[in-house]
Design a protein around this ligand. Sequence first.
Ligand SMILES: Cc1ncc(C[n+]2csc(CCOP(=O)(O)OP(=O)(O)O)c2C)c(N)n1
Length: 390
Amino acid sequence: MYVDKGNSQHDPGNQIMLNAEDYLTVLQDGGISFFCGVPDSLLKQICACITDTLSAKDHIITANEGAAVGLAIGYHLATGEVPLVYMQNSGLGNVVNPFMSLASPEVYGIPVVMLIGWRGRPGVKDEPQHVHQGRVTQAMLDSMDIPYVVLSDDIDTAREDTKSAIAKAKETNGSVAILVKKGTFDAYKMTHNFPDFPLEREEAIIEIANSIEANAAVVCTTGMPSRELFEHRARTGARHETDFLTVGGMGHASQIALGMALQQSNRPIYCIDGDGAALMHMGSLTISGTNAGSNFTHFIVNNGAHESVGGQPTVGLDIDFPAIAKASGYNHAVRVTTAAEIKSEIENARTIDGPVFIEVLVKAGHRIDIGRPTTTPAENKAALMAFLKS
Ligand SMILES: Cc1ncc(C[n+]2csc(CCOP(=O)(O)OP(=O)(O)O)c2C)c(N)n1
């Protein structure tokens, strides 16, 4: 089901762009007053504008995209209105179950507008983790019977298409998707303030990498943390064979680390997680806490933000991660803020029974010139598997 009334052939390099505030007004004028979802870099301007403009009752940054569908269902049941769920197309996987089994017109019939950042759009160069997902995004929507339109960067066309999408969602009691290409939105600067902790995320990651054992393996989370780790290894002349970069599958780094740790109980395994990623599949904390052994150390480098995709806030700084980890079965759980504390907690972890959980509070922000992995995921996997055999 292809409803492409937008100018999908338009080159995103072109200068015409949508202003985020104007497009938010289009959505609101069309009758949308509740927004929820997980941010994406292609949507960062509109997500930032929504974050700045709306009250906590009208906008929730959810743990994952499936949870956003849940929230949207509740909102519709309580108001009869149409909610908007935003996400990166990689989040579609998290949406499939609550959509198919609950929101579908063949089950409860809940009208939802989905605003989806289209990473890996065919013809546009993107990272390996986006290529397959980008190529099948339309086919996935088709197979779920979700009609879609590609958002035009012309405001009048965008207004008309958005109005039709909302009308279609109401008429069918179903979901309608609006796909957003790279470069659709013009710059928007978010005003949210973050606390000023001593370390930057990159400094924390470097300290962890420098303080762990030579035979240790690291599973690093999605987004910039993996890029920063990769660059650190490259700078120090190390090969990348000790590290698994969780370039996609956000929220699953800790279970990848657990899978390794259970099979290689003599090798120290470190997970470097993000707060947004840990929140995305927080239930996994209980599985690591109750199943991991002493060789498992779980870091959460917490900047209170989805920093890698625009810095929209998470609830990471409003909750007590170490308390949750302790209650989830970790034997030792601490919060640190300095490089010296990271080093001494890693030393301490070697002498006590694990699993160990270490939250590092860091300031939001990143270097603007962080590179991307220069080796492919397949090369990375081969090198890591050879290292794990050694
Ligand atoms: C399922 C899924 N949803 C959304 C994304 C887009 N995404 C990539 S990194 C990221 C933010 C990660 O935040 P956090 O774990 O706190 O790490 P930070 O970037 O703040 O260091 C998001 C939302 C994704 N890759 N996968």
